[in-house]
Design a protein around this ligand. Structure first.
Ligand SMILES: *Cc1c(COP(=O)(O)O)cnc(C)c1O
Length: 384
């Protein structure tokens, strides 16, 4: 907005989690272009896969056009299809559930632990017992690491193993986080991560399948390149997809990966600052508990207990919007989405309560001190 002297009187908006890219990323992408590897194959893609696999501690990584594509191909490769039921976290981004529906299987929603919003292992056990009693085939479970905090893989892996069900870990939000000292993305029979523009690191768009299962990695790589058989002519024995990550975007990812730890540290700083700013506000807590060390702090979310606080998450959201600062409710639980009407779940109201009382706050690693000061000021005006 301009005032009558023609001076800009409003600072630029502060976004929730914009891409944090600069000179280094430009250099990497330019070098990839100059190398001539413009196709969705090339040395940067191969190197990026190896670097992410090393970082996460898995044997194989397959670069794909999105995290959604990785979820889709993992389920396809495992033969999940019509008639199957796939229990999955209800408090997640739509992509987790869409992938189940792409293959024609039925999502079954599992509600959250109150502290983290991640899948509640006890409710997962309830879900498996019920589905078993109904004689349903359950080939896979999808857990989600919400906002960069790993789910309880001690419990969830054990439950999946005991039930003989494959575990697909949706680590789209949790690259760089850990559980019991092991990296997010290393759990389950396979995991996926995402390099979408708003994630902890970005390739503008992209994702990966992570696994120790060589046959799965090979099959997913083949499916992602139109399922071409190794023949000089184009020979196909199954339906393929055009889901491969391009070499240019992998170059962007390699630059981002060199900065991942620094970007996480920056987001963790904001987390601690939010914690300090809200410490005196009764009924207000940071989602995920006090253990920030193992969390990549992708997004900081607060939960405001309306019974104890004299302001609500919506009050703070409105005040931030007024100040040109982006905030957002938590993911709306998938069992409450019109597109999923009629689907079932093991639900106890926790995710719905978190959604009603939660707000995610600006958490970007590119945010400046003065921008963060603006956010603090807007919070102080509401929270005192
Ligand atoms: C972002 C996200 C995805 C999808 O990743 P894309 O790369 O955007 O396709 C899947 N699951 C969760 C939990 C996400 O946050």
């Amino acid at each position: 907005m301009n005032n009558d002297r023609g001076l800009v009187s409003v600072s630029p908006p502060i976004l929730l989690s914009p891409p944090d890219v600069g000179q280094l990323e430009q250099e990497y992408v330019l070098r990839a272009m100059q190398s001539g590897w413009i196709a969705p194959a090339g040395p940067d893609l191969t190197a990026f896969e190896q670097e992410i696999a090393d970082r996460v501690g898995v044997a194989h990584a397959v670069g794909l056009s999105s995290g959604t594509a990785a979820l889709h191909l993992a389920l396809l490769s495992w033969g999940v299809g019509p008639g199957d039921v796939v229990p999955a976290s209800t408090l997640t981004f739509a992509a987790t559930i869409n992938a189940i529906r792409y293959v024609g299987a039925e999502p079954y929603f599992v509600d959250s632990e109150p502290e983290s919003g991640n899948m509640n292992p006890a409710l997962l056990e309830d879900a498996l017992a019920l589905l078993r009693s109904e004689g349903r085939r359950v080939p896979a479970i999808i857990s989600v690491d919400l906002f960069g905090k790993a789910a309880d893989y001690t419990a969830i892996s054990q439950i999946a193993e005991r039930a003989g069900v494959r575990l697909l870990a949706d680590a789209a939000e949790s690259l760089g986080a850990s559980w019991n000292g092991a990296p997010a993305g290393s759990f389950g029979d396979a995991a996926v991560t995402s390099f979408n523009g708003n994630k902890i690191m970005t390739t503008s768009g992209g994702g990966m399948l992570l696994t120790n299962d060589r046959a799965l990695a090979d099959h997913v790589r083949k499916l992602s390149t139109q399922a071409r058989e190794p023949a000089v002519h184009y020979e196909h024995t199954e339906v393929g997809y055009n889901y491969r990550l391009s070499n240019l975007l992998a170059a962007l990812g390699r630059a981002q990966l060199t900065r991942l730890d620094a970007m996480i540290e920056r987001r963790r700083t904001w987390r601690e600052r939010y914690r300090a700013a809200l410490a005196g506000s009764p009924g207000v807590r940071i989602l995920g508990g006090a253990d920030d060390a193992s969390d990549n702090c992708w997004l900081t979310a607060i939960i405001v207990d309306a019974a104890e606080s004299d302001w609500t998450a919506q009050d703070l959201g409105s005040a931030l919007t007024e100040a040109d600062i982006e905030s957002r409710p938590l993911w709306k639980p998938m069992h409450l989405q019109p597109v999923n009407a009629g689907l079932r779940g093991s639900l106890d109201g926790t995710s719905a309560r978190l959604f009603a009382n939660g707000l995610t706050l600006p958490s970007g690693s590119g945010m400046t001190e003065s921008e963060f000061a603006r956010v603090e000021q807007a919070i102080a005006a509401v929270a005192g």
